[in-house]
Ligand binder design. Structure first.
Ligand code: ZN
Ligand code: ZN
Length: 304
């Protein structure tokens, strides 16, 4: 809740006029408690988990031929009932774990110092903080994910997320409840290290989930704006991790490729990509197909 009764009071306190964005923020947040503002994340996540995977589903069902060349595992097509089952499971976990976690984690926001007041952060400040959050999350998530692939972690927890060997957008948050809790820590570390404004925190939560949905979408669209992000892994990168499955010791990183490169957990993937590039033209001629990407990659992997 803002400590100003009117816009005039806010302008007097800041010693300048409010920008348009600040006026909008004042009008929206002045009478809302910080707890209510924090809990907006529940609504945002609910919408993101529902709408963004639906975008990929919509394209696959209604523009099948147009998006077919970009489907990573073209042989696999989940039925509508399987997709619905995945969504229902994600929603059950959302209302049992994700939502309640948001409701009770507000004190942590107070401790780290997420602010809700004026002035609003500049776009540069927001962009830099988001960059830090993504880097911190990527690095810590890499090691947590790698731990989840040890025998105990996989059998007890991570196996659930790997039920989908050809992932879909709805399967991005599909995981054991313990994994949802554990992976909340890497997401929280960045804001804890470099606390910012609530708007930055909302954006962080939203963008991280949208990114997770993209890499599980099963489609590698060339028009995705993420193609312009340096060292970004993308859908093909994480799809390979799911395709190889439980034995996968490759492509652990959630966002970028540098961790797998530094710790040499992408060697198999890189090698297969190289082989695939060399043989793609040959396969096109032989089979008349451009897909079958992972089949070919995995076959070569097994023969290593
Ligand atoms: Zn995994
Ligand atoms: Zn995954």
């Amino acid at each position: 809740m803002l400590p100003y009764a009117t816009i005039h009071d806010a302008e007097a306190a800041l010693g300048r006029s409010l920008s348009t964005a600040e006026t909008l923020w004042f009008n929206y947040s002045a009478t809302k408690s910080d707890y209510i503002l924090y809990c907006h994340n529940i609504i945002f996540l609910l919408l993101i988990f529902s709408l963004f995977p639906f975008y990929y589903l919509f394209l696959e069902y209604f523009f099948t031929n147009s998006v077919a060349p970009f489907k990573i595992q073209p042989k696999v097509k989940l039925s509508f009932s399987d997709t619905l089952r995945c969504y229902k499971s994600v929603m059950r976990m959302f209302f049992l774990v994700v939502g309640p976690l948001q409701l009770i984690s507000y004190p942590s926001i107070l401790i780290i110092g997420i602010r809700t007041g004026l002035p609003l952060p500049s776009l540069w400040e927001i962009a830099l903080q988001l960059g830090v959050y993504f880097l911190v999350e990527d690095y810590t998530n890499y090691w947590v994910h790698r731990f989840l692939h040890c025998k105990w972690g996989y059998e007890k927890i991570h196996k659930v997320h790997h039920e989908y060997t050809a992932p879909i957008g709805f399967a991005a948050p599909y995981a054991h409840w313990a994994e949802i809790l554990i992976l909340g820590i890497p997401s929280f570390l960045g804001p804890a290290m470099v606390p910012g404004h609530m708007i930055t925190f909302w954006l962080w939560m939203a963008l991280r989930q949208i990114e997770a949905i993209e890499i599980h979408s099963g489609h590698d669209f060339p028009w995705s704006p993420t193609k312009y992000i340096p060292f970004y892994g993308g859908p093909d990168y994480h799809d390979y991790h799911h395709y190889v499955g439980g034995q996968s010791q490759s492509n652990f990183a959630s966002v970028f490729t540098y961790c797998d490169y530094i710790y040499a957990t992408d060697k198999g993937y890189r090698y297969q990509k190289k082989v695939l590039l060399q043989q793609r033209e040959g396969l096109k001629t032989k089979n008349g197909e451009t897909g079958l990407l992972h089949d070919h990659i995995a076959q070569t992997h097994k023969e290593e």
